[in-house]
Every structure is written in C-alpha cells, then in structure tokens.
Design a protein around this ligand. Structure first.
Ligand SMILES: Nc1ncnc2c1ncn2[C@@H]1O[C@H](COP(=O)(O)OP(=O)(O)O)[C@@H](O)[C@H]1O
Ligand SMILES: [Mg+2]
Length: 539
C-alpha cells in the first residue's frame, strides 16, 4: 500500500486529522505529566511541596475532559465520513462491468464494501490516534527511563526493533489469512441472503435440517477461517508480548534490588512504576494498530482488484436523443466465447419491434448490448458506433423492463418514483393510464410494499415496473419477457400501455407468447453463431 493513499486520506480529512492530533498530544501530555513532575521535584534540593497534589489532580481532570471531547468529535465525524466512503464504493460497484458484477454477485460485493468501510473507519478513528499517542508516550517514557538509568533506556530502546521486525515477519502471512477470512465471510453472508430471501421456499421445507444442510457448512468454514486467523494473529503476537513482559519484570526486579542496595533513590520505583506501563501499553497499542492496518490493506486490495479493475468501458460521445438504431451483425465476447448475431436491420422512430427466436437464441443478450451492458461491435445509434457513445447519455434515453421487477420496501408511490415521492400530475397521469387500477383497488399510494414484492402478485409487480416506465422520458422502450409468468389481463394492459407510449418512440420487445406478435410493426428473427472455448465453471 502506497504512501499516496495515506497522503490522500490525510489531505481529504485535513481538519479531522489536525484536531485529532492536537487533542491526542494534549491528552498524552496530561497523561505523562505526573512522572515528569515527580522526576523534576525529586531532583530539587528543596524537596516536594504539597502544591504537586493540585497540579497532578488538575492534569488528570484536564486529560479526562480532552479525551471526552475527542470521543464526541470523532463519532460525529465518523457518521459523515462513513456515509461518504460507502457512497464512493457503491459508485464503483455501480460502474462495474455487467459480467463482473453478476459473477462476483451483489451480496458478496456489498459485504466486502461494508467491511472496507468499517476498516477504514477503524483506522481513521482509532489507529491514527493510536500511532500518534503511542509514539509520543514511548518518547516520553524513554526519556524518563533515561533519567533513571541509561541501561534501562537502552534495553527499552532495543525492544522497539524487536517488536517492529517481529510484526513485519508476522504480517506477510497475516495478510493472506485476512484475505481468506474477509472473502469467506462475504461468501457465507451471500449464501445466507440468497438462501433465506425467498420465504415461500423456506417455509415449504418440512424441517430445519434441510435449511441447516445448505447454510451451516459455509458458516462453519467462515468461523474456522476466522479462528485460524485469530490463532495466528494472537498466537504470534503473544510471543512478542511475552518477550516484552519478561523484560518489564526484569527491569522491576533490577530496580527493586538497586533500591535495597541504595544504589538508586526510592523515588525511582514511582517513576519506573508509571513509565514502564506507559511504554508497554503503547507498544501493545502499536500491535493493535498493526492489525487494523492489515485489515485495511486487505480491504483496499479488494477495492483495487475487484472494483477498480473491473470498471466498465465508456464512450466519449454524448447523445441527446436516439433517432435510429442499426444492427449490422452485432458481435460480442462472453468470457472466451464469441457471439455473432445474424441481424441486419435499421430501426427508426415509430417502430414496434418483436424479437423472435427460441429460448437461448440470444434475444436477451442482444437487448443488453443496446444498453451497453457488454462491449460490442456492429450496432450503430444515430449512425455512431455504440462503443463510442457515453453510457450515461445512452441509458438515460432507454427504458428497460426485464422479466423481474425490482420492488423496494417503500411505499407504492416511492416504488414508482424509485425513492422519491410522485407529484400530483404524475399520480393523475398513471391513474388515467389504468395500469395500476387492480392494485389501487386494495392499496393506496401510501401503502408500504414488502421486499421482493411479497405482498404483490407477479402481474402487479410488472404493472409497477410499467408505471415506472411511463414516467421515464425515453426514446427507446425495451421489454424483455416482461409479460411472462403473469396473468393475461395484466399482459394485455401492459401491451396496450406500451402501444400508447410507442408513438414517436422505438419499442423492442420479446415474449414467449407468440400471440403478442400482433402488436408489432417489425419482426426480427434472432440467430447467433458461437465460437471459441466454452467458459469453464467458477474455480
Ligand atoms: N452470463 C452468461 N454467461 C454465459 N452464458 C450466458 C450468459 N447469459 C446467457 N448466456 C448464454 O447465452 C445464450 C443466449 O442467452 P439469452 O440471450 O438469455 O437467450 P434468450 O433471451 O433468447 O433466451 C444462452 O445459451 C445462454 O445460456
Ligand atoms: Mg431471454
């Protein structure tokens, strides 16, 4: 991990870093002031004055107040910082290539993203502070040790490289184990979500054992990997801890012995009694920092290797409107497999196009090329090669409806506005289209829908998706099997609504119901040729 990342992180959060540093240094000063005062006082000939009590107690209170202020400030900052971070990672996920997104699977990606956000948060909020505080306190305690006896100073100083190289040695293996752990836990989470999300499927199992057999093995694997990582991390750090403790005990013994022999004044035990715990606690803190740093590095590697590396291609050409689409034997690559369509056709506004072909012939794949889900050749939009057109401007002119409508656990109107409320005009427009009539009989605009549309029929879900389309100002409407697996009445309504939208638009649809060909003005038969090695299965 480069220093560039650290530099960016610090620059982006300048104010936070600065305030944290100032507060941390102040707390460190107040935390180390007692032994320093005692040391200073015992060197004076006048002896110890009672004022010391007041100074020490005040320092402790100030230290506490500062730590408290730091805590509040950090937490307030965290809310904003985490929100921005997760949003930037979700944007990367949004910009991923279609096939990488679906191969890695959404739940897996989300889990890794959340881990990445958590680990940066931990790093920013505790590690940054930990490093500063530990470095400061180590320096002060080394100074105190030196003031007692130079041998103690040298012994403590030697412990720093022992700790440093010890951890460097551990870290190499730790990182591999952490990657395995983060990935296993995301896989287990993904399994859980995909298995448990369909309640109809879960409740038809006659006993829990069936469910247990599917989900528990991967959970077991996850927890074993976690245990292995912890065993390694804690086991190897405990060896270093043991060396530290051994040295600490030896120093205590030596000091006590020296005092009984009257080689050292009695006040040294007080100074050493405060300085050594400060020193060793700070060393230990650096260990924790090291761990959270490794977790962060692992997450950053994920962001770099999976999110940044799989960014989709974009084109430079902006598009205001889609006037025409032409197919000139489009071709694309799926893994090692080359697909070529035998389709030559120019489509222009007003056409309603039916894509014909048996299941598996490539209809959905062809439609996805129109949205630039995959890189392709042989398609022109307004006579410009589709590869050259900006993804955003192209997709903003196309409304796409697949077989499965996404239903959010929001109100009916927010489902149609996709998160926003509808205006009165929009509601009136949809009501007048009658596409939602069967739903509005029993529900209102305010009714909460459930995740995956659990309180809707298949036809109702598709009606909602069509209502969304009605509000989208687009030049091309794509309906891919949008009326499959729904009732005849909904299907008829959907086609009728579509035809009212079709004036001055290009509509392209597929349907396994060959009856629906009657709505078309143009028919395209889809035929493909495939060549190359078939894709090998995962792993
Ligand atoms: N993500 C994918 N990876 C590999 N092969 C795929 C993928 N998606 C579709 N295919 C294959 O491409 C072919 C065309 O699929 P598709 O376009 O969905 O056909 P249609 O919509 O006409 O039924 C099928 O043989 C299918 O198995
Ligand atoms: Mg299909």
């Amino acid at each position: 991990m480069g220093g560039r990342f650290m530099k960016d992180l610090i620059l982006k959060n300048k104010k936070f870093v600065l305030i944290t540093l100032v507060l941390v240094i102040l707390t460190s000063v107040t935390a180390t002031i007692t032994p320093i005062i005692i040391q200073a006082v015992t060197n004076q000939t006048t002896g110890m004055s009672k004022n010391i009590f007041g100074i020490v107690i005040t320092a402790m209170f100030v230290s506490f107040a500062l730590q408290f202020a730091l805590l509040i400030y950090r937490q307030n900052y965290a809310a904003k910082f985490n929100t921005e971070h997760i949003s930037s990672l979700l944007r990367k996920m949004f910009e991923m290539k279609y096939d990488a997104y679906s191969k890695l699977e959404p739940t897996y990606l989300i889990n890794r993203i959340v881990t990445a956000v958590d680990s940066l948060y931990l790093f920013m909020l505790s590690s940054l502070e930990g490093i500063t505080q530990a470095t400061f306190i180590i320096a002060v305690s080394l100074f105190l040790a030196f003031s007692v006896h130079w041998v103690i100073f040298v012994v403590l100083l030697l412990l720093i490289p022992v700790n440093y190289f010890g951890f460097r040695f551990i870290n190499k293996r730790l990182k591999q184990k952490m990657e395995a752990m983060q990935s296993k836990s995301a896989i287990a989470n993904k399994d859980l979500v995909s298995t448990l999300s369909n309640v109809d499927n879960i409740k038809q199992f006659s006993d829990y054992r069936t469910l247990e057999n599917i989900v528990v093995p991967s959970l077991g694997k996850m927890y074993r990997t976690l245990a292995n990582t912890n065993k390694f991390a804690q086991g190897s750090s405990s060896i270093i801890d043991f060396i530290n403790q051994l040295v600490q005990t030896l120093i205590y013994l030596e000091i006590t012995y020296s005092i009984t022999q009257q080689w050292l004044p009695i006040s040294t035990i007080v100074i050493i009694g405060i300085a050594l715990p400060l020193f060793f606690n700070s060393l230990r803190k650096l260990t924790e920092v090291n761990l959270s740093f490794k977790t962060l590095e692992t997450s950053l590697d994920f962001v770099k290797n999976e999110l940044d590396h799989n960014k989709e291609d974009d084109g430079p050409q902006q598009l205001n409107t889609i006037e025409s689409i032409s197919f000139d034997n489009p071709a694309f690559k799926l893994g090692e497999l080359n697909f070529r369509f035998f389709v030559r056709k120019q489509l222009s506004k007003g056409e309603v196009v039916y894509l014909r072909g048996p299941s598996g012939s490539g209809k959905s794949s062809l439609l996805k090329l129109l949205l630039k889900f995959r890189h392709s050749h042989g398609i022109h939009i307004n006579n410009t090669p589709i590869e050259m057109i900006s993804n955003h401007s192209l997709r903003s002119r196309i409304a796409y409806l697949s077989q499965h409508a996404t239903i959010l656990s929001r109100s009916l109107q927010e489902n149609i506005g996709f998160g926003r409320l509808l205006t009165e005009e929009e509601k009136a427009y949809i009501e007048q289209s009658r596409i939602l009539a069967p739903i509005l009989q029993s529900k209102s605009w305010e009714t909460l829908l459930m995740e995956n549309g659990a309180n809707l029929s298949g036809g109702e879900k598709q009606r909602i998706a069509i209502a969304r389309m009605l509000l989208k100002d687009a030049d091309v409407y794509i309906l891919d099997e949008s009326t499959s697996s729904i009732d005849q009445a909904s299907s008829d309504d959907i086609f009728k609504t579509m035809l009212t939208m079709a004036k001055d638009k290009i509509v392209i649809y597929t349907s396994h119901d060959s009856e629906s060909v009657k709505y078309a003005t143009t028919i395209i038969s889809v035929e493909t040729e495939r060549s190359g090695e078939p894709i090998t299965s995962n792993d």
